[in-house]
Design a protein around this ligand. Structure first.
Ligand code: NDP
Length: 237
C-alpha cells in the first residue's frame, strides 16, 4: 500500500514550482489530491491531467474563497499551504496595497486555512506551511515584507501546535533556501550572490522540498509539531 493511499490532501498553490512537486509526490503515493491555482490555469489543468488530481481556482488573497475551499474538502487528512509571493524593491517606494496583498496570501491565508482545516481533521491530521529560510535570515535589501511574512509563520506554527496538539493534529513549517522555480530560477541573475551564502553551491530542486513535506505528512513524523524545518544548503547557517 502506498504511504498516502486514500488520504485526502489539499495543496493551496499547486500549479507550479514547489507546489506542483508536492502535488506529484502525494499523487504518486496514492493520495486523493486537490490543489488550487490563481493565475496559471493551463499549467494547473495539465498537472491535474498528468497526476489524476483535481485543480480548482482559488485566489489565496481572498479569505472567504480560501475558507470555502477548505470547507468543501470535508475531513482533510493533510493541508499544505504553499502559495506565496514576494514583492521586491526599496520599502520606501512600494505600493502599500501590494504589501497588504502579500500579507493576505503569505500570512492570513495560512492562518485561516489551518484553523478551518483543523475543525474537520481527524486525529493524525497534518498541516504543513511553506515558510522560507528568509524567516530566519534576510541578507539582502528589498525583501523586508517577504521576510516578515515568513517569520510570522514561525509564530503561527508554534501557537497553533498548542491549540491542535490535544486533538492529535500536527503543524509544521518547511523553510526552503533557494529552490529552482519560476520565482527563483537557478539560471537567473541572483545565482552567484545566493550561492555565495551557501555550503552547497546549487539551488535545491522542488522535489527535494516535496520529500520533506511528504515525511512531515507521514506516520514517522507523528511527534513533530510546532517546528521549523530548514532545507537550504546551509544558506542560513
Ligand atoms: P512559484 O512562483 O514558482 O509558484 C507559486 C505557486 O503559488 C504557484 O502555483 C501559484 O499559482 C501559487 N500562488 C501564488 N499566488 C497565489 C494566489 N494568490 N492564490 C493561489 N495560488 C497562488 O513559487 P515557488 O514554487 O518558488 O514557491 C512556492 C512557495 O515556496 C512560496 O510560499 C515561496 O515563498 C516559498 N519559497 C520558495 C523559495 C524558492 O527559492 N523558490 C525559497 C523559499 C520559500 P498560480 O501561478 O496559479 O497563481
Amino acid at each position: 500500500m502506498a504511504m498516502f493511499d486514500r488520504k485526502s490532501v489539499l495543496v493551496l498553490g499547486g500549479s507550479r514550482g514547489i507546489g506542483a512537486a508536492i502535488v506529484r509526490r502525494f499523487a504518486a503515493e496514492g493520495a486523493a489530491v486537490t490543489f488550487t491555482y490563481a493565475g496559471s490555469r493551463e499549467a494547473a489543468l495539465e498537472l491535474a491531467r498528468e497526476t489524476g488530481s483535481t485543480a480548482v481556482m482559488t485566489d489565496s488573497s481572498d479569505r472567504d474563497a480560501v475558507l470555502a475551499r477548505v470547507r468543501d474538502m470535508g475531513a482533510l487528512d493533510v493541508l499544505v499551504v504553499n502559495a506565496g509571493i514576494a514583492v521586491f524593491g526599496d520599502a520606501l517606494d512600494q505600493d502599500p496595497d501590494e504589501i497588504d496583498r502579500l500579507f493576505r496570501i503569505n500570512v492570513l491565508a495560512p492562518y485561516h486555512a489551518s484553523v478551518e482545516a483543523a475543525r474537520r481533521m481527524p486525529e493524525g491530521g497534518r498541516i504543513i506551511i511553506m515558510g522560507s529560510v528568509n524567516g530566519d535570515r534576510m541578507p539582502v535589501p528589498g525583501m523586508a515584507s517577504y521576510a516578515l511574512s515568513k517569520s510570522a509563520l514561525q509564530g503561527l506554527a508554534r501557537g497553533l501546535a498548542r491549540d491542535f496538539g490535544p486533538r492529535g493534529i500536527t503543524i509544521n513549517v518547511v523553510q526552503p533556501g533557494p529552490i529552482d522555480t519560476d520565482a527563483n530560477p537557478e539560471a537567473g541573475p541572483m545565482k552567484e550572490l545566493m550561492h555565495s551564502f551557501m555550503a552547497l553551491k546549487r539551488h535545491g530542486r522542488p522535489e527535494e522540498v516535496a520529500g520533506m513535506v511528504a515525511w512531515l505528512s507521514g506516520p514517522e513524523a507523528g511527534f513533530v509539531t510546532g517546528a521549523m524545518h530548514t532545507i537550504d544548503g546551509a544558506f542560513g547557517a
